[in-house]
Design a binder for this molecule. Structure first.
Ligand code: GRF
Length: 204
């Protein structure tokens, strides 16, 4: 059985979607003791750990402690689910091709924060979310699956975010399942799924 470790910083709704999809989640780790998702994980009998970033003087020291906590659970896959820390290059290299992130935009559009507000301001007509392998470049890296949603005339940030989040909860479990089933192949920075599964989803 493959093992997944999920890193969160907040409410953890994507983590919850992964757990509810029946994926083999060995542990949930947070950099914040007040992350809402920790209580949910503990309630499901999943191991939890807290590595508070404030306890470490440097990013390197924090990432080393985080890696030690992760490796204690011997994961095959590390899943970033609303984990709000910039990772060092050496941390990213350690889990290269074994670490996924979800980002609330159709990458490579709108990397970084405030994606929904930026999408509205830019007037794009399609927005969405992307699951990608983590590389040293923030919110870049080989894309596993994307979901697109329409941007509607009277959308505000909250409405658009909710429509995107519903799709995050669909594509993240799918991507993680493909990984644990050994179906993902990265070929020159492009991800393919063995067996001809669609890597895009439209939610009108
Ligand atoms: C999601 O929108 C995710 O795409 C982004 O941070 C948010 C986390 O939400 N990276 P949750 O903690 O999974 O509910």
């Amino acid at each position: 059985m493959k093992r997944i470790v999920i890193l969160i910083s907040g409410r953890g709704s994507n983590m919850q979607a992964l757990v509810e999809a029946g994926l083999p989640v060995a542990a949930v780790i947070s950099n914040r003791a007040d992350a809402g998702g920790l209580a949910y994980a503990a309630g499901r009998g999943i191991a939890t750990a807290i590595v508070p970033h404030r306890n470490y003087a440097t990013r390197e020291a924090f990432d080393a402690a985080l890696a030690q906590a992760i490796d204690g659970f011997r994961p095959d896959l590390v899943v970033l689910a609303g984990f709000m820390r910039i990772l060092t290059d050496s941390f990213v290299r350690r889990y290269q091709d074994h670490m996924l992130n979800i980002h609330p935009s159709l990458l490579p559009a709108f990397p970084g924060l405030d994606t929904h507000a930026r999408a509205l301001a830019a007037g794009v007509k399609l927005h969405g979310c992307s699951v990608h392998f983590v590389t040293a470049a923030l919110d870049h890296g080989p894309i596993v699956i994307q979901a697109a949603v329409p941007v509607l005339a009277h959308d505000d940030e909250a409405r658009l975010a909710a429509r995107v989040l519903a799709q995050e909860h669909r594509i993240y479990p799918q991507a993680a399942r493909w990984f644990v089933e050994g179906k993902l192949v990265i070929d020159s920075g492009v991800v393919r799924v063995m067996g001809d599964h669609p890597q895009q989803l439209y939610a009108p």
